[in-house]
Design a protein around this ligand. Structure first.
Ligand code: ATP
Length: 359
């Protein structure tokens, strides 16, 4: 693992007036570059293969400079060059997924926003569960073996990107029909209800416009719901179960995001879960810094079940580049999660505490 001291030493040589924010051109990068620019930072886009042509259509978000690399692994080899440019990396979903959480944690010695120790807890579904359950967050029950299935379950493969190949089974026969050859899966109770993906921001600092917590402070920046194909539209073809016979299998592949809000009376519970998650993160790995998302389902009993946490900026923040109904109640200016990251770095620099928000 890259040590905090190593990163601190690199940051000691950075010119605080010339910090550049960089990320990989994918996922939520446009929002990140735009937000960084709004906060007065120069930006660098790491383009894999070639510079995305469509970035010309978004001049306000196009980074000030690009670094074109063959693949994600090459970022590690370019560390010295990036450090010379005073770069702070902003991890996003594509970055972590394609580089590999362990490579990121152990080999990428470039100052990075957030606590990189969160990656090992986020990347492993069992460790995620340990963290959230110990925190007191409600989660769907785990079903250990097909013989224990007594109601709808969702079967998730390890390393499945964006829900590809996940399936729902109602009994062990369904399970054996769909399981295929991949032995690496987990199975959990399928929670019937409405999905919400609230996006929080955890700061190690006590900020004036945030809820104080034992680990610093907390804000709710936005909530989205994902468009998932083909499960979201399958009902149009008739009874989902019968479609299996025709080779039409439900999948949960994310293609986009839509903004939603929660009933105000449901906000206390999601804030409570978020606060407990931050506090347990402090106990387990010295805290979670920056954006995170509790992905879950509200049932008709008005109980929120969290099936996953993402401990970094999620693509579900993209509908909120000009702010959200929640950020409007927190900030005087338009605030996206991308901008909030830049604002946190700007604030940390202003109080000479950059090292508290990077690792
Ligand atoms: P990503 O990494 O993109 O977040 P993933 O591969 O980790 O996705 P999950 O987020 O765990 O997968 O699940 C994908 C989708 O499956 C969810 O967005 C949701 O629609 C559905 N889902 C997952 N777990 C449950 C559950 N226990 N009950 C009901 N639906 C669920």
């Amino acid at each position: 693992m890259i040590s905090k001291q190593e990163i601190n030493q690199i940051a000691d040589n950075y010119n605080p007036k010339d910090i550049k924010l960089a990320t990989v051109c994918s996922h939520s990068a446009l929002q990140t570059f735009f937000g960084a620019r709004q906060e007065g930072f120069k930006t660098l886009g790491i383009a894999i293969g070639s510079i995305p042509k469509f970035y010309d259509a978004f001049p306000l978000a196009r980074p000030d400079e690009f670094m074109v690399l063959k693949n994600y692994q090459e970022i590690i080899e370019k560390a010295d060059e990036l450090i010379k440019k005073n770069v702070v990396l902003i991890p996003n979903g594509s970055f972590v997924e394609y580089m590999g959480a362990l490579n990121f944690r152990d080999k990428l010695n470039i100052p990075t926003f957030g606590n990189r120790r969160v990656l090992e807890w986020e990347a492993d579904r069992n460790k995620q569960r340990e963290w959230l359950e110990q925190a007191g967050v409600r989660m769907p029950a785990v079903i250990k073996k097909p013989e224990d299935i007594s109601g709808p379950v969702i079967v998730k493969y390890f390393g499945a990107k964006g829900g590809r190949g996940f399936f729902v089974a109602k009994n062990k026969e369904d399970f054996y029909t769909s399981i295929g050859a991949n032995p690496n899966y987990t199975m959990q109770e399928y929670i019937l209800g409405t999905r919400y993906y609230p996006q929080f921001f955890s700061s190690p600092f006590k900020r004036e416009n945030a809820m104080p917590t034992s680990s610093g402070s907390l804000q709710l920046l936005s909530i989205d719901r994902r468009d998932e194909t083909n499960i979201d539209e399958m009902y149009k073809l008739g009874e989902v179960e019968k479609l299996r016979k025709h080779g039409v299998i439900p999948s949960f592949v994310v293609t986009g995001n839509v903004p939603v809000v929660l009933r105000e009376s449901l906000l206390p519970e999601v804030f409570d879960f978020a606060e407990k998650t931050c506090s347990k993160a402090k106990d387990l790995f010295d805290g979670m810094i920056g954006p995170f998302c509790l992905e879950g389902v509200y049932t008709d009993q008005l109980k929120f079940y969290v099936f996953e946490i993402s401990a970094r900026i999620v693509a579900g923040t993209n509908p909120f580049i000009s702010g959200s109904p929640y950020s409007a109640l927190t900030f005087k200016q338009q605030m996206s999660t991308g901008r909030r990251i830049a604002e946190e770095i700007r604030y940390a620099l202003s109080i000479n505490k950059l090292k508290e928000v990077i690792s």
